[in-house]
Design a protein around this ligand. Structure first.
Ligand code: AMP
Ligand code: GLY
Length: 414
């Protein structure tokens, strides 16, 4: 099977490794990719926003499967154009990607499918906004309706800040604050069936103890020893299956990865958000743990054939830690030399914001590398991840030191 993977981050590097490890993948291409992916795939320098270039490339290579990593091309409708050209695609249509592209759309689907989520109001005027803020009170949760690259959500006790953010958005969803640990639980769907993956936890704040600004994610781990034993079944029944059924009933089936961001509240689980693609950096812990051959799995999802598939998992824990550039997330410094990437058994270094400048590897984004450690438990996995990341040199870079720490302590106590 010839495969084209679209994207250039740590998530795509993890997907590339997973695809390439499946013997049914005979040729792997990536657009545009990064220097880490270049070691295992042929790269094609095209922009992820250029739908026609992606379709042309897939046709020229006559690939059997296209896997779309990031949300932007999905929301731009690249999957529709690829399907119209007769290609098998892992990734939802433009209409189905609205689950990520519009918070208001996602709320409507959840309402119609009976999926538990925060109560909310969608507002367009200042009067509506102020009424909604006062209806829920502090802490205020204000969400830009559209895609905002991780900057769309403000959670604050400060009403003036909440109002300011709301007024800066064209349309805004204001909702009740959900209290409780957050998890990411993904479903792989062919449009009719959906297979829940094991849950992961992401760390969104930039600094230790969840301090600092929100980021795309500073680290993740899986499995979650503290989560309820039936969390996958419950999420399947209450969230994944009803949403997939609702999207199919609307005539816009969701084919691809449905990312459920959940809060485990005292009143039960609630959806915080949906994404229409794999999470980054959750993918960097889930793919190394997944035993099911990835290329065949995504091909079956893309061709409406998941009926008899069940996922299997390695009996290993995984912890991933993001190496961020100085100034991330506000103004990451780029073009720093990256040296001393170690090769340590049971660790994997995924490239995200890296490029080559003729002399060596340099930083080219906010999240530069993601380092995953595997082990028999979370303690061993995190020790390996931290042993590896601590050796990498990039001036001014930083990483959180507490990824999976509490969970690893709690696991030992069990
Ligand atoms: P999102 O960009 O939708 O992932 O939201 C960013 C972060 O805002 C989430 O990871 C949560 O930590 C927080 N958040 C979003 N919605 C809520 C909510 N209703 N209650 C509490 N926190 C929330
Ligand atoms: N890690 C959060 C996300 O991928 O959206």
């Amino acid at each position: 099977m010839k495969i084209l993977l679209v994207g250039s981050g740590g998530r795509e590097h993890a997907l590339a490794l997973g695809l390439q490890a499946d013997p049914s993948c005979t040729e792997l291409h990536c657009a545009p990719g990064n220097p880490g992916i270049a070691e295992i795939a042929t790269l094609h320098p095209i922009a992820i926003t250029d739908n026609s270039a992606i379709v042309e490339l897939a046709k020229k290579l006559s690939v059997d499967l296209v896997v779309i990593g990031p949300e932007v091309p999905l929301v731009n409708g690249v999957a529709d154009e690829l399907r119209a050209a007769g290609l098998a695609v892992f990734g939802p249509s433009k209409a189905a990607a609205q689950l990520e592209g519009s918070k208001n759309f996602a709320k409507g689907v959840m309402r119609d499918a009976g999926v538990p989520t925060a109560r909310s109001f969608t507002c367009e005027t200042q009067v509506e906004i102020e009424n909604a803020l006062d209806a829920f009170g502090a802490p205020y949760v204000v969400k830009d309706d559209g895609l905002a690259a991780g900057k769309g959500v403000v959670v604050t006790d400060d009403r003036a800040k909440a109002l300011e953010h709301a007024l800066a958005c064209k349309r805004v969803v204001i909702e009740e604050f959900l209290n409780g640990p957050e998890i990411s639980l993904f479903g792989i769907s062919d449009g009719r069936n959906v297979l829940p993956m094991q849950p992961a936890q992401d760390f969104k704040r930039a600094y230790d103890r969840d301090e600092g600004p929100n980021t795309g994610g500073m680290g993740a781990y899986s499995p979650l020893p503290w989560a309820p034993d039936d969390i996958m079944e419950e999420t399947y029944e209450k969230v994944l299956a009803p949403v997939i059924a609702e999207m199919a009933a609307r005539g816009t089936p969701f084919v691809g990865l449905l990312y459920a961001g959940l809060a485990l509240t005292d009143h039960g689980l609630r959806v915080i958000e949906f994404n229409a693609r794999f999470g980054d950096p959750e993918t960097q812990v889930l793919i190394p743990r997944l035993a099911t051959p990835l290329a065949q799995l995504l091909y079956k999802a893309a061709t409406d054939s998941l009926d008899d598939v069940a996922l299997s998992w390695r009996d290993e824990s995984a912890v991933t830690v993001v190496l961020a550039a100085q100034g991330y997330p506000e103004s990451p410094k780029t073009k720093g030399a990256i040296t001393n990437i170690p090769a340590i058994s049971k660790t994997q270094v995924f490239h995200a914001g890296t490029s080559l400048n003729g002399v060596g590897l340099i930083s080219s984004g906010g999240r530069v590398l993601t380092v995953t450690g595997l082990g028999s438990d979370l303690t061993e996995a995190r020790d390996r991840a931290y042993l590896a990341i601590s050796q990498i040199e990039l001036e001014g870079s930083f990483y959180r030191s507490d990824i999976a720490f509490n969970a690893s302590v709690a696991e030992k106590g069990n």
